[in-house]
Design a protein around this ligand. Sequence first.
Ligand code: PSU
Ligand code: MN
Length: 301
Amino acid sequence: MKLRINPEVKKALDNKQPVVALESTIISHGMPYPRNVETALMVEKVIRDNGVTPATIGIIDGVAVIGMTPEEIEEFGKRKGITKVSRRDLPVIYAKKLWGATTVAGTMILAHQAGIEVFVTGGIGGVHRGAEKTMDISADLQELAKTDVSVVCAGAKAILDIPLTLEYLETMGVPVLGYQTDELPDFYTRHSGQKVDYRVDSPKEIAEIIKEKRDNKLAGGILITNPIPEEYAMDQKVIDKAIKDALEQMEKEGIKGKDSTPFLLKTIVELTKGDSLNSNIQLVLNNAKLGANIAKELSKI
Ligand code: PSU
Ligand code: MN
């Protein structure tokens, strides 16, 4: 394993201090420059302000980096042609010595190898609408089933088929927790109409569940879903319409596979004149705070 662990992250891990992992696909494929970089740095700041060490993960010249520097984050935000890296891409990117932005799945693998148990993102990939025909199901779901990293998110992205995503997670044995909610949040909005498996009300309670999973050798992650703060949530009608239009445009342009999620996110930002980007940024910051507090509680028990 060729991991380049940032000295600050290494020190925290060696001293059993809390560390939170962050992904890089959200930087290079999820948001436009320069707000992607601003957001990534703000997320790190929120984590630090809560007394936890952030580790933004990505691949530079074929080397997995655990804890990028601000300069590297800037480069990830600007550089063209960085490969979006999920599990299947890792060996190729290493051998070809390329740059890779890690998805939820890719980041979980590397976080686990580095010994990081908590990971914060915006939304996970899931079962796409129309998957009964396209079979487009994110590798994030398989990863949650086997890799021991807990993921804090604002629900599965609303562009997905949420009920099918929940069914898939159930089949794969992934616990889905709702933070201070009984309902699965819907990324841009607080409500999806779908129930979560369990409601949890404090970071401590979540840390105890993570510990039980670890102690009982139940492989895989836990999905912690955290609703976007009310003041930043989008109008349901506006976002529903934007998603519908973006999906139609995707179909027309024949966009498929790994390009789907970046295309949809970008088109929705355009259609909502930037409103969805603002919501996306706020929900990630909100997740960073929760993730940091979970990591802190976990380091105490
Ligand atoms: N959440 C966001 N923005 C993103 C993503 C998630 O707010 O860009 C990324 C994550 O990296 C996630 C990926 O793992 O989209 C899912 O891609 P796919 O559907 O191709 O597996
Ligand atoms: Mn896919």
